[in-house]
Write a protein of this length. Sequence first.
Length: 733
Amino acid sequence: MENLPAELHISHLAHEKKLIYIYDNTHEQQIVLAPAATVLQGITVKARGSNQSAYRLVKRAGQKLAHTQSQTKYGKAFYRQKSKRGNHFTEIFELFYDVKYSPDGISDWAVQEGRYAFGNDTQFDIFLYNKNFTLLSRMFTVSQPDTESYLVPIHTDTRKYFDLKLEETLKLEDRYLAKIKFTPKPGINTPAAHGELYIDINTYQVFRVQGTFSNPAPDIIGFSDSKSSWQNYNLTFHISFREAHSNGELLMDYIQIDHEFDYFFHKQRIGKVSTTSMLTFYEHYTPVKNKNLGGAINYSTSDAEVIDGIGYNAAFWDQNPIVKRTPLEEALIKDFELNQAFGTVFMNNEEEVVLRPDTKNSAMTKEIVATYESHHKDTTRQKILLALDKMQYEPGEYIQFAAYVLDRLTLKPLLFGSRLKVQLVDHQGTAIYSQQYDINRGLTYGSMSLPTSLLSGEYQVRAFTNISDKVAFETSIGIDYQPRKNMPDFIDQRMQSTDSLVFEYYPESGLLLQGMPNQVVVMVKTPAGSPVQGNWLLADSFGTILRQVSTDRLGIGKFELLPAPDTSYYFTDMHFSDKWAINGVEKTGLLLHIGDDRINSLYVEVLQHPALTRKIYLLSSSYGKVYRAEEILLSGRQNSFDIPLQHLRPGVNALVATDQSGNVLAKRSFFVKPEELSISLISAEYKSRGSKRIALQFLVTNPEGKVVKAKLNLTVSTINRQNTSPDIRKNIF
């Protein structure tokens, strides 16, 4: 606590509240809460006994849960997990989660921040760590999940598997809770829990469930090797809800999972191993709209597989008021920090937690980053965009354009650099026309008169400022002698002689690799650059037609190709009158595939041929500056994982794979969409009667519904409001 003296209100389910005063931090206080059990006078027990009432309550609670599965809520939770062997701590995890849950349990989550540490336990040369213990907090639900691995009492066939006993009824403020004891029936071979349920006798809401699995253990937990075994296994779980003070709704309070066992290696007892975890909710919120968080559970991926290259953020943890520790935990964490044992946490390819010790600051990684940045880092401050009036021209025409000159980092108008240089460049790289334009606060307009002597073909329009000769903008245009009156913006295949077409290929990962699936974009155009729409046949050197590929009005089509050894490929038209070869198939190499269809992460797939076991470095960069670096051990032909979006820069990025010498093996560009804000206009009023000034009031919230500060640009339409609506808010977009 920051300020003393202070008073604390302490409460717990089935106990009376207690108020205590803390005057200083020199003494420890032991707090005992009095039981709050109250026997109800109004309960009538049927002739067959209270056990029948227990079965009835459990059945109604199960029906209630089934009907409320869609009643999702959102909250922020802090997770702490500690493991030890005997009295020696072997690992600790601390994570902040964004959680989606229902009255039955957690349905979705995403890691916001996380860290972990492993102790260097070398006794017996054994490293026994939890692979993905975090999953248990999400897997255990109040009612029976869709599994045959274990049994819990809120089940569609409770009478078959469990004996129930209504032990007492407790008063919790204005609620009355039935405390029901459950035990597995004799002869049940499936691991079944024994413990207690707390159910509201009027609403049938489940306030708390606590259960224990003893030998045999559920088969969702086990060792990854055949040399290890256990005895005297126990797993205990607690799922608890609390009542919201504002509206009486049930909010998830905490989930606690503990297990312990005697660990044997090669049939030799190593010692008692225990793990305790607590997921505690510290905030509940209502988002603007329902959102997906972490996605599906992946049971096979370890909590120690992928590096989070941003490093361990000690300041975040030291200054966070949520992270409260006992003196023992404080000493443990300090010990891990001194040994630089902490790494950071993120997600695997199913958006579950995985981790690996941080290596971004390792000497080898620093050398790789420095080598890459020395060759690729863009030191220019300018970002230029030319908006052309069209992409096809005739000699003698004017190119009309608007130019925007921005600061590359802030995307604000660049105030220095007073002249914009625009060039027309031919296919040999020679600037055949150049002109300069004044820039006014990052904006200029202009036109270029194309020489009448220009030959048909494809040309480049380039732009840069007087502060740097480095080209900051480049695009292709087509010049064509043919009259274009009443001509479409594209050429239909049937209108063009096939012997003059140009086929360009753009593999997804920059190269075509033998034996690997390659996504390829094909662009078909005339020598003058006009796109060609049509249908084409993809064939191999043995004359086998593989598929038909269509190009659209932009001349663009896409296809997948799996190159085989000693085989070449080509395109032909539907009449087999001409061929266009696909060149550049490599026999060895590495591919990067990126998927952007996930909510919180960037899916990355690394394919290599031949299938080697080797180390590569994966760099996330923007304009040549590296913002995160990861050391990846490739094994086999295909490796995949996810990078969390919260650790990537918004905007255009490049994912670069290098070898241990810093040589670039593959490179892919990707775009990170900035966090979306919700902007609502609350009021729009004239400052005073007869005034032309209008006061606007906006509400800006983040995706979680929280109010945030923001700098906004406002555009107001010039629509005649008398013809639309007298409400000015209708004319704001």
